[in-house]
Design a protein around this ligand. Structure first.
Ligand code: A3P
Length: 353
């Protein structure tokens, strides 16, 4: 094999305007890691991302690789478990034994942790921490999760099929991605995504308790939250949906007809399920079972006291729950924002047809 030459990383970074910084501060006041805008679309990456951005862009790929990609809170975990089980001939024992986070290295996950600021993070968390907050374990966890996984992925034995989770848009991934590897991308109505992101930020105690959803929505739709602008992210994947190595799914389709989505995944991966297998898989993937599934629900983090009471990683699992959060003004404003963003594309969410 010839030596692969690295491509130059093609994107520049731009600092945020003071007014944007101010808005983010109001909403994510206690969040100590800063953002920078990356590339022509201005994707909001957390600054630590830049330490591995070029390596990710150049990561060596294998034809057996399967990526599960999404904008966060779009049903990634659900899709990951579905894809993994179908690809691994429904090996439920192994799925229970090895946590999903180990089965799927999270390509860009390190950017959410800044080991250099671990003490600061620990201070913030301890302000609202439960009695069982374990500072030492929390700091160890930050150090571990703050490490890029691209070296680990490169070192995986060639006999091992790699499953990779990412929230990166296609343009930040290797340009030859779809020539080599398979990608399952899942998208969701942005209003439900925003509500889910808001609860997620609360779960990890990254927002002040007084900051309501209305403020959060503003930074989300204005493209000032992590890895927004949202529509650019989704459109980049949508444009590739006819590529035989891309499977584009909607959360709303999984919700409405899970067997149909499972069959699409199975076709994509060259697998077939009989009726009994289908029924067991649907049951395994139900929201009720997911909530109690220790391999996917992140509840082990609660043991060290870092998760907020009243919030869970696997939450409502509903489509259209946003209606309980948007007042009339926000509803109209969201509709205008969606319409504007759909003028130059045939992308339509199942909830918007
Ligand atoms: P809600 O917060 O709206 O409930 P991600 O995995 O990308 O972070 O997405 C999380 C969202 O998917 C959460 O949405 C979560 O509850 C939902 N979800 C996770 N597992 C699910 C399942 N088995 N069925 C339906 N929704 C699920």
């Amino acid at each position: 094999m010839g030596e692969q030459k690295d491509l130059p990383f093609p994107y520049e970074t731009k600092e945020l305007d003071p007014e944007e910084e101010e808005l983010i501060n109001i909403n994510l006041g206690s969040f100590p890691t800063s953002y920078v805008k990356l590339g022509p679309k201005g994707y909001m990456v957390l600054k630590p991302y830049m330490k591995d951005a070029a390596n990710i862009y150049n990561m060596p790929l294998r034809p057996t690789d399967v990526f599960v990609a999404s904008y966060q809170r779009s049903g990634t975990t659900w899709t990951q478990e579905l894809v993994w089980l179908v690809a691994n001939d429904l090996n439920y024992e192994k799925a229970a034994e090895i946590p999903l986070v180990q089965r799927y290295p999270f390509l860009d996950g390190f950017m959410f942790f800044e080991p250099e600021k671990k003490e600061l993070y620990a201070d913030i968390i301890s302000e609202t921490a439960d009695e069982n907050f374990d500072r030492e374990k929390y700091i160890q966890m930050m150090e571990f999760l703050g490490q890029p996984v691209s070296p680990l992925l490169a070192a995986a034995p060639l006999t091992q099929k790699r499953f990779i989770k990412t929230h990166l848009p296609m343009s930040l991934m290797p340009p030859t991605l779809l020539d080599t590897a398979k990608v399952v991308y899942v998208a969701r109505d942005p209003r439900d995504v925003a509500v889910s992101c808001y609860h997620h930020a609360r779960l990890f105690k990254l927002m002040g308790p007084l900051n309501g959803f209305k403020n959060f929505w503003e930074i989300f739709y204005r493209g000032l939250f992590t890895l927004t602008p949202y529509f650019e992210h989704v459109k980049e994947a949508w444009e590739q949906r006819h590529n035989p190595n891309m499977l584009f799914l909607f959360y709303e389709e999984l919700s409405k007809d899970l067997p149909a989505s499972i069959n699409r995944v199975a076709d994509f991966l060259g697998k077939k399920l009989n009726e009994e297998e289908m029924s067991r898989l649907c049951d395994h993937l139900s929201i009720e079972n997911f909530k109690n599934n220790k391999s996917v629900n992140f509840e082990e983090m609660r043991e060290i006291g870092v998760l907020a009471k009243g919030e869970t990683f696997i939450r409502k699992g509903k489509s259209g729950g946003w209606r309980d959060y948007f007042d009339e003004e926000m509803t109209q404003q969201a509709e205008r924002w969606i319409d504007e963003n759909l003028t130059d594309t045939d992308l339509r969410f199942p909830t918007m047809k």
